[in-house]
Design a protein around this ligand. Structure first.
Ligand code: PFF
Length: 453
């Protein structure tokens, strides 16, 4: 096989890679999870730690993942097999690929359930457009949805099918088409909502909540949640960006620049989501602290009912959010699918995607039930869905990221690094390498150890 192409296909341009990788990064993590994590973990203090994690830990690891992928050109497990051989490193590093596959299946399981909520809300607004009942009590509407296992399972299945459809089609036909114009539309719609936020008169308070840190709120737990959120939002630690990097052409693409563009876009979307949501939360007298996973579903409908053309905006918002989730969920499914394809042959791509998605869908039923019939079941003080989320996002992703940093920093042959990062100025290269070798691993380790002890 040619060293410069992948059997799974290639991105047709640099822009397509950036769009696809940004599509992976920007998703429920930014618009659903970031606001409620901020709300539950002390506002500005959480945001500050989160930003630190993005730029000092996430960005260096993002660059490492992309370059490892572009050099390997195959799925993560086989990439680690190849790279450890080339660098004369221990075969144990291959475990990183396995952690990634397990984390991906776990994350996809609940991700699809939550994405199902957004599909359901899109449907509610579509019905409203044609005379359906308005959402006058968003709290009750949301609780009503969670109480219905049948409805949750239906939307969870719909979303999983959408995901499989794209992944089964492969890189050029499936992934690229989905991201081309839908991502920019979501960005514009968020700006409209921030604009509405200004009309509520509570923008200044919202900004203060988001950006004025209350130092006393920072504890080990805030660090763990912020670190987990940084990995989750950048799609790091489970070899997704590595897989996307494997389809990235050699010529004319600077990995550090692409990484920076992805991290900046992702961060801006999260902050814009915060600036869109908190003015609404405050102006309707909802307590901004402790909003929980229902935050956007119980607050934004209030704004949509109050603003001109609100129903239309509501419909657009939830549909685009589902699309953002879609461009992320395909990236959750791709690494495991690519691995099976390498094992069983290209002709089996559809079956591979369907098999992994089916497994994830089944696991997702645990999350569905934990919202209603099994809501009393607690593991380590959490319901089942929160527990799966905790294990995958807050523990497995940082652990995977830590190992990737150590692998790229210490075990990988320097010639490969220099070759992949040939356009990086020497001083920046050295800084990046020490961030990977020492700073990022140390920070992740401290946070993980404190969390476990
Ligand atoms: N980054 C996505 C989001 O913020 O919604 C979620 C995600 C996608 C996490 C892909 C991990 C991943 F590999």
């Amino acid at each position: 096989m040619d060293k410069n192409t992948s059997i799974h296909g290639m991105w047709s341009s640099r822009l397509m890679f950036i769009l696809a990788a940004t599509g992976s990064a920007v998703g429920l993590g930014n618009i659903w999870r970031f606001p409620y994590m901020t709300s539950d973990n002390g506002g500005g203090a959480f945001v500050l730690v989160y930003l630190g994690c993005i730029f000092f830990v996430g960005l260096p690891i993002l660059v490492a993942e992309i370059l490892i992928g572009r050099h390997g050109r195959v799925s993560p497990i086989n990439t680690f097999r190849k790279l450890t051989r080339e660098s004369g490193a221990s075969r144990h590093w291959v475990a990183i690929g396995w952690i990634g596959i397990v984390a991906g299946i776990l994350i996809l399981s609940f991700y699809s359930v939550v994405a199902g909520w957004t599909l359901h809300y899109g449907w509610l607004y579509l019905k409203q457009l044609f005379g359906g009942a308005p959402i006058t009590d968003p709290g009750a509407t949301f609780q009503g949805l969670l109480a219905s296992p049948v409805e949750l399972t239906f939307w969870h299945a719909m979303f999983m099918l959408l995901t499989v459809a794209v992944v089964a089609l492969g890189v050029e036909k499936g992934l690229e088409r989905a991201v081309r114009f839908l991502m920019p539309s979501l960005f514009v719609l968020l700006l409209v909502l921030v604009g509405y936020g200004f009309t509520t008169g509570r923008m200044a308070d919202a900004a203060a909540f988001l950006f004025r840190p209350d130092w006393s709120a920072i504890d080990g737990n805030v660090f763990l949640r912020a670190m987990g959120q940084a990995f989750f939002t950048l799609s790091l630690g489970m070899c997704t960006m590595m897989t996307y990097g494997a389809y990235l052409p050699r010529e004319g693409v600077s990995i550090p620049r692409a990484g920076l563009a992805i991290a900046l876009t992702d961060t801006s979307v999260a902050l814009l989501a915060g600036l869109a949501i908190f003015p609404v939360v405050l102006s309707f007298g909802i307590d901004p602290a402790g909003g929980g996973p229902g935050l956007i579903f119980t607050s934004l409908p209030l704004a949509f009912e109050a603003m001109p053309f609100g129903i239309l905006y509501g419909l657009l918002f939830f549909v685009l959010l589902a699309v953002a989730a879609w461009t992320s969920s395909i990236s959750l499914l791709e690494p495991a699918t690519a691995f099976l394809v390498e094992r069983f042959g290209i002709a089996n791509r559809k079956r591979a995607a369907l098999g992994i998605a089916g497994l994830s869908w089944l696991l997702g039923l645990l999350s569905v039930l934990s919202l209603n019939l099994w809501s009393g079941v607690r593991i380590l003080d959490r319901d089942i869905m929160t527990f799966i989320e905790f294990i995958a996002n807050d523990l497995m992703l940082p652990l995977g990221g830590l190992l990737i940093a150590l692998f790229a920093g210490w075990a990988l042959n320097s010639t490969i690094l220099r070759e992949q990062l040939s356009d990086m100025p020497p001083a920046l290269f050295t800084t990046w390498r020490w961030l990977l070798r020492v700073v990022a691993p140390a920070l992740v380790l401290i946070v993980l150890v404190r969390a476990v002890l």
